[in-house]
Design a protein. Sequence first.
Length: 114
Amino acid sequence: MTETTMDRQVKLSMLETQVLMVLARDDLHGYGIALEIQRRDPGGPRIYPTNLYRRLHDLADRGLIANAGTELDDKGRARKTFALTDVGREALSTQTERLAGFVDELRAAEGSPE
């Protein structure tokens, strides 16, 4: 079976999924993305800047996010902002379906109602 372009694009790590989820609501710079992920999952793993920016670069290379411009922070420093692309939105939708199926299987395995 050959792997389609979309199959390659939707093989997302948890961090990549979280990035797309955050960008589905608003364009943000890397630090803002990290803060929003931590706000949504305060008990989750620590997000290391090196790992986050590597993932942002990879997501951009795969066409899932794009440069949305630059904004200045309160100290006048330029911050590159990112936006979810149409392909990224489609990949997030596919990932959501995949994860929903996985959760259904987990519930079935433990005997919990859906």
